[in-house]
Write a protein that binds this ligand. Structure first.
Ligand code: ASP
Length: 337
C-alpha cells in the first residue's frame, strides 16, 4: 500500500503519463486499496464518514451513502441538505443520486422535507423499477419506504431568502462567495463523492440543494446520471459541481468517464471535459463555475475546474489526519469568482 504522500506524488506524475490502453482497466479488480474522494472542503468530513465504512472492509456503495448522509445532516451548509438555501419561492428542494460500478443507479430530484435524499435515491435504485423520481412523487415514495417528513428550511436560510428578495437577482454566475475558498465551509456547493473499496469496486453519490434562488422545479445536474455523476467499474467514476446546466448540456460526468475509457488519466479527462464546456459556450464559461472530480479503476484521482477555487479531499488507509485539501487546476486562473 502506498502512503498518502506517495499516492499524491504518483497521481501527479501519472497525470502527465502516456495514455493507458483501455484494456488495462477492468483487469485491476483488486484495486489499489480502498480510498474515497469528495468535492470541496466539507469533503474532509464526508470522507471521514465514508472511511468508517471502507476502513472496516465495507462496500464502496455503503461508503458513499454514509459520506453523503454526513453532508446532508451533520453540517449546516447552505448548499447541501437541511440547511440549504431555498428556491425563488422560498421552498427548499433537494437533489441526490447514487450509482455503483455495475451500472445500478437511483436518484431523486426536487424532493422536499426529507432529511436524507441520498438514501431515498438508494431506495429508488434498490426497491423500485425506476431510476429517477421527482417532487411530490419522490416524497411519496420516501414516506412509503419509511422515511420521515421533516420540515427542513432553517431560519437562517429563510432570512437569506428574505434578504435576496429585496433584489430578486438570480445570478449563479456571480458566486462571489467563492473568493473565500479555501476557507468558509458554508459557501461551497454540491457534495460529490467517489469511493473504491478493498475489492476494487467503485461507487459514487451526489447531494445538493442546487443553486440558491432557482426557479421552483429547477433540477440541476446532481440527480441526472451522466451529468453530475457517473460510475463504471471497468473504467472509473466522475462527479461534478458548479452550475449544473453546463453539466447537463455536456453529459459531463459520462464524458469524463468515457475519456478515461479512451486512456486519459483522471486529470486529463477532467481537463478535456472542461475544454469541451469552454468550446461549446466560450462566453458563458467565463461567468460560471464548473468543476469535475474523477477517480479511475486504479485509484488515481484528478480534478479540474473552469475557475480557480475548486478543492477536493481524499482519504485512504494512510494513518493520521486526512485534512489536506487538494487544489484542482483551472482554465481561468486569474478570474476571481
Ligand atoms: N451542481 C449543482 C446544481 O447545479 C450546484 C453546485 O454544485 O454548485 O444544482
Amino acid at each position: 500500500m502506498q502512503n498518502r504522500r506517495e499516492f499524491l506524488r504518483n497521481s501527479a506524475l501519472l497525470a502527465g503519463a502516456a495514455a493507458l490502453p483501455s484494456a488495462a482497466f477492468g483487469a485491476n479488480k483488486a484495486g489499489g486499496g480502498a480510498r474515497v474522494v469528495s468535492t470541496w472542503d466539507f469533503g474532509i468530513g464526508a470522507n471521514a464518514a465514508a472511511w468508517k465504512v471502507l476502513g472496516a472492509g465495507g462496500s464502496a456503495l455503503d461508503a458513499v451513502e454514509a459520506g453523503a448522509r454526513w453532508a446532508e445532516s451533520d453540517l449546516c451548509n447552505s448548499t447541501v441538505g437541511h440547511c440549504g438555501n431555498p428556491d425563488r419561492d422560498g421552498v427548499l428542494t433537494l437533489d441526490a443520486s447514487i450509482m455503483d460500478g455495475d451500472g445500478r443507479c437511483g436518484a431523486v430530484a426536487a424532493i422536499e422535507d426529507i432529511l436524507h435524499p441520498v438514501s431515498v435515491a438508494r431506495a429508488v435504485m434498490e426497491k423500485s423499477p425506476h431510476v429517477l423520481l421527482v417532487g411530490a412523487g419522490a416524497q411519496q415514495f420516501a414516506l412509503e419506504q419509511g422515511f420521515e417528513k421533516t420540515p427542513l428550511l432553517t431560519d437562517t436560510a429563510k432570512q437569506a431568502w428574505e434578504e435576496w428578495k429585496k433584489t430578486s437577482q438570480y445570478a449563479p454566475q456571480i458566486n462571489v462567495e467563492r473568493s473565500k475558498i479555501p476557507g468558509n465551509k458554508e459557501n461551497h456547493d454540491t457534495l460529490g463523492i467517489l469511493a473504491m473499496d478493498a475489492n476494487g469496486n467503485l461507487a459514487g453519490a451526489c447531494t445538493t440543494s442546487g443553486m440558491a434562488w432557482k426557479l421552483h422545479g429547477r433540477v440541476g445536474d446532481s440527480p441526472i446520471v451522466g451529468a453530475g455523476l457517473y460510475v463504471d467499474n471497468e473504467v472509473g467514476g466522475a462527479t461534478a459541481s458548479g452550475v449544473g446546466e453546463e453539466m447537463i448540456r455536456n453529459a459531463a460526468s459520462f464524458l469524463v468517464v468515457e475519456l478515461m475509457r479512451q486512456g486519459r488519466t483522471p486529470l486529463d479527462a477532467c481537463r478535456e471535459a472542461i475544454a469541451r464546456v469552454v468550446h461549446k459556450r466560450p462566453q458563458a464559461s467565463k461567468e460560471v463555475q464548473v468543476c469535475f472530480l474523477a477517480m479511475n479503476k486504479r485509484g488515481e484521482v484528478g480534478g479540474f475546474a473552469l475557475h480557480k477555487g475548486f478543492v477536493y479531499a481524499m482519504q485512504d488507509a494512510t494513518p493520521g489526519p486526512h485534512d489536506k485539501l487538494i487544489d484542482a487546476g483551472s482554465v481561468y486562473s486569474t478570474t476571481q469568482i
